[in-house]
Design a protein around this ligand. Structure first.
Ligand SMILES: Cc1ncc(COP(=O)(O)O)c(C=O)c1O
Length: 381
């Protein structure tokens, strides 16, 4: 099948770009001695896992369902691949199964740790437990993505740290970054060490979380490697990184079609996709996704606002300009739409979910999933 024959909307992940990211992450692992695991919340196109697991040591999951996916599709029978599970709070009905399929459980608070520690160790004697720390230091660019912001529920602050947790845990986790460079990590590490290094003595590992923009051009990979090596040598612990975005970063696109062009003070193109349903971070963060061949407003001769095919007035991707006028039927290609997109999609308005396509390394196209009415219907009753 050729790209022209694919019906829109669809996400297309390019495996050769994914491999290029994985090579960088693997270089970090090999040079620094850290273990890199995939944060499924950001990227969970499991048909690519045979490739991903050639490089990464396992997955980090946000609860039972992601842990099941990690065990089924990533770790399978490979006992060396690790499944880490963290939730802001675990539930009685999930915790036993989570204990069975996880190698590591990360608790958000001492109270959850004390509640479940004995129970999970009885189910899985080999399980490793950790507590998520809030280092109360973050330069995260957006409040919505700042786990160390005011009144954050994510992680345990020093004031709430109970030394009795040390009898139960092998590690500590923090996650404080969002699309950030290594200098932001240094600031977080400084605060984390100042507050918590007195507790590191008997620990086996520290997990530096995600948000490291390792695969973005210009990221200082060598400095990251040095920081990790120094940290490991100083405290004699293993270090984990658990990126999501850095795995899927710039590995593919969302392709849509212009359905209509209307005019109300400006030209507005209605697309067969949706910012609200298919590109939710463009509204939540918010940010302006890049569109192939476009410029900023007025930069090129013809400017359009792109709107989604739902009833939400604010279902707008942004304003873009082009050298040539757009026509109904034209394809519009949003860049870098593989992380935090299909993992968050909704069927709001009953809008069709975009198909999932993989461009294989031999340049063949695999339509791995198409969606229809049943997917909408089956989520409702
Ligand atoms: C605990 C934790 N680990 C890892 C990640 C992955 O972060 P990113 O995709 O920005 O690398 C997140 C994202 O929210 C997270 O909450």
């Amino acid at each position: 099948m050729s790209k022209e024959e694919l019906s829109t909307p669809y996400y297309m992940c390019d495996e050769s770009l994914l491999r290029a990211n994985l090579e960088i992450l693997d270089y970090v692992q090999k040079e620094s001695g850290a273990k890199v695991i995939l944060a499924l919340k950001g990227f969970a196109m499991w048909s690519t896992f045979p490739l991903v697991k050639q490089y990464l040591k396992g997955c980090t999951s946000s609860g039972l369902h992601e842990a099941l996916l990690a065990r089924e599709e990533f770790a399978q029978n490979d006992k060396n691949l690790e499944v880490h599970t963290y939730s802001p709070a675990f539930k009685d009905e999930d915790i036993d199964e989570i204990a069975k399929i996880s190698n590591h459980i990360v608790f958000n608070s001492p109270s959850q740790l004390f509640k479940y520690s004995k129970r999970v160790k009885k189910i899985n004697q080999k399980i490793s437990l950790s507590l998520r720390i809030n280092p109360e230091q973050s330069s995260s660019p957006k409040d919505i993505y700042n786990p160390c912001g005011v009144y954050s529920r994510l992680g345990t602050t020093l004031a709430n740290f109970d030394e009795k947790v040390l009898e139960h845990i092998d590690g500590l986790n923090f996650h404080a970054l969002c699309e950030q460079d290594v200098d932001a990590l240094e600031d977080v590490l400084k605060a984390f060490e100042e507050k918590f290094s007195k507790y590191f003595k008997n620990l086996k590992y520290i997990n530096f979380g995600g948000g490291h923009h390792i695969t973005k051009k210009g990221y200082d990979v060598e400095r990251l490697i040095k920081i990790i090596k120094d940290f490991r040598a100083k405290y004699n612990v293993d270090v984990y990184l658990e990126p999501g975005e850095a795995v899927g970063w710039e590995t593919g696109v969302l392709v849509s079609t212009v359905l209509d062009i209307v005019h109300n003070g400006m030209d507005i193109a209605i697309l067969d996709t949706s910012a609200e349903a298919h590109m939710p971070d463009t509204l939540a963060m918010p940010y302006r996704a890049m569109v192939r061949g476009s410029g900023m407003v007025g930069e090129k001769k013809y400017t359009y606002r792109f709107g989604g095919n739902t009833c939400l007035a604010g279902d707008i991707m942004g304003d873009y300009s082009f050298d040539e006028p757009l026509k109904v039927g034209d394809k519009v290609i949003f860049e870098d739409q593989i992380h935090y997109t299909f993992v968050k999609n909704t069927t709001f308005n009953g809008i069709k979910l975009p198909s999932l396509v993989i461009l294989r390394e031999d340049k063949t196209l695999d339509v791995i999933k198409e969606f229809g009415y049943q997917d909408y219907r089956n989520r409702l009753s």
